[in-house]
Design a protein around this ligand. Structure first.
Ligand code: SF4
Length: 344
């Protein structure tokens, strides 16, 4: 059923083909339109010059094709850029572009706000407002590329929101951003970071996508983890780890464990020992990050704390690295800019 809310950017090539068939357009127009949106990434239907005016008029009338507004932009001395992107309903999300030797990596948001309640996170303070559509996530990539003036080489779904709480749109985003006739990002260059919604990890594993799954672990002890991540009360750590093992078995991909060091809380020797056991359960890599307090609570850790913790893990044979912290001078912690700007 066609109406004027057709979110054309979220349509796969097959869906576009079916839509064009319905309105009597030849099939080859599908590839033309898909290429204008996802390869040439033009700003409006008017620029789609090989489409007849009557097709463009139909698209203008019946579909939505919008770019987000750049509400704020911050540029760090290390080259990291952070954008606050505004959608037409007034909601904003954050997107951060970071430069590494291997190219530009973009951290995108998947929801406006978050309902997961992690104690160290600014994004969850006012709960979930709504989930993003696949087209809004794609526009985070396309607009960031335009702002940065460089191709985006990889994407991490680690900004505002829990991706597996918005799984359908996230998977659609993945399929579209990796479509070789679209943006053409490599399948393995997309990382999905979850706080651990076990049933959704099984579902994702069964889809056999090649994306990298990253679990926000933050404590290797289930009871400690529940104190900083309430989701652990619903899906306790042993259950989540079983789901992660299943993911590795089904996809052949290793799991990344994100471990935010909170000094004196989760960086004791007992934490090292338990985390080493978990890492040994499956093909994995541990990414150690010093906590960014983002104005919340008493959470603190220096880079040195993270390095000491990682070196203890390495001594135990764990594949561990300390993540480079970029954008320290531009409130790069997840949810911070949105809260400052929207006074949440
Ligand atoms: S860390 Fe992620 S899952 Fe947890 S509250 Fe923040 S955005 Fe949500």
């Amino acid at each position: 059923m066609i109406n004027n809310t057709v979110d054309i950017v979220s349509y796969t090539r097959d869906e576009l083909k079916a839509l064009f068939q319905e309105i009597g357009e030849p099939a080859y127009r599908t590839d033309q339109l898909f290429s204008w949106i996802h390869q040439k990434r033009v700003s409006s239907f008017d620029e789609m010059t090989n489409l007849p005016e009557k097709t463009r008029a139909w698209l203008r009338e019946n579909t939505v094709y919008e770019r987000p507004a750049v509400v704020r932009k911050q540029v760090s001395s290390d080259g990291t850029e952070k954008y606050l992107l505004g959608f037409s309903d007034g909601n904003c999300v954050e997107t951060v572009a970071m430069e590494y030797e291997h190219g530009v990596s973009l951290c995108i948001s998947t929801q406006v706000g978050c309902r997961m309640g992690c104690a160290f996170c600014a994004s969850t303070v006012n709960g979930l407002v709504r989930s993003l559509t696949a087209s809004e996530m794609l526009m985070e990539v396309y607009e960031s590329e335009r702002q940065k003036g460089k191709r985006i080489d990889s994407v991490v779904l680690m900004g505002i929101g829990e991706p597996l709480d918005n799984m359908e749109s996230v998977v659609r985003f993945y399929d579209l951003v990796t479509d070789e006739r679209g943006y053409g990002m490599k399948n393995r260059s997309v990382t999905l970071s979850t706080c651990g919604i076990a049933p959704k990890i099984y579902e994702l594993a069964d889809m056999k996508k090649q994306l990298t799954l990253s679990l926000s672990l933050h404590s290797a002890f289930s009871d400690k983890r529940s104190k900083i991540m309430p989701v652990n009360l619903r899906y306790p750590l042993p259950e989540v780890l079983e789901a992660c093992k299943y993911y590795v078995e089904k996809t052949g991909r290793r799991i990344t464990f994100e471990y935010t060091v909170i000094h004196g809380t989760n960086d004791l020797d007992e934490d090292v020992n338990e985390l080493a056991k978990i890492a040994g359960m499956m093909q994995s890599h541990v990414n150690v990050i010093p906590v960014n307090s983002a104005g919340r609570g008493d959470f603190e850790a220096t880079r040195k704390d993270a390095e000491v913790f990682a070196s203890k893990l390495i001594k135990k044979g764990v594949n561990a690295t300390v993540r480079r912290t970029l954008g320290n001078d531009i409130s790069a912690a997840c949810g911070q800019l949105r809260r400052e700007t929207q006074q949440l």
